[in-house]
Design a protein around this ligand. Sequence first.
Ligand code: ATP
Ligand code: MG
Length: 146
Amino acid sequence: MTPPPGLHWPLCYVLPPMGALPTAPRTARAHVSDVLGQWGPPHAKDTAVLVTSELVTNAVRQCHDPSGRPVYINGRLPVVQLSLFSDRERLLIAVYDQAPGTPEERHPGHHAETGRGLALISSLGHWDWYPVEGGKVVRAILAAAA
Ligand SMILES: Nc1ncnc2c1ncn2[C@@H]1O[C@H](COP(=O)(O)OP(=O)(O)OP(=O)(O)O)[C@@H](O)[C@H]1O
Ligand SMILES: [Mg+2]
């Protein structure tokens, strides 16, 4: 996954693609925690782990049908891929997936149990998405020290 143009990202970590399985969010969280630990200050791990978890969970969920079965693409389990980029002021978290559909921020009522993930990310930073060959990338940009 290539970083978006226009900004210089001296720190970069691209995890190999992983199967879009329920274990993927946990794996992604562990990588973010380790990588930001290695990158050191000012990177704040907790917010980045939370945002990553929301993005990867969304990607995995969209790769499953309503009964929870993975939706195969050309006979293969779909993959998700996590990338992190930082210039020590901003942290970019990008998640590639192969699922159909488009991410849309919801406006959940007080009693809603879902529809909060992207709204949460908006409250912490900025998110958007763009199509790429075979899928899409959903990305969040946060202050590195958020
Ligand atoms: N990677 C994605 N691919 C396709 N659609 C997505 C993706 N991420 C999110 N969406 C769509 O955007 C909606 C809003 O996502 P959001 O994370 O805010 O809420 P949610 O996942 O439905 O619930 P919650 O995150 O509170 O468990 C989702 O319901 C889904 O329809
Ligand atoms: Mg969600």
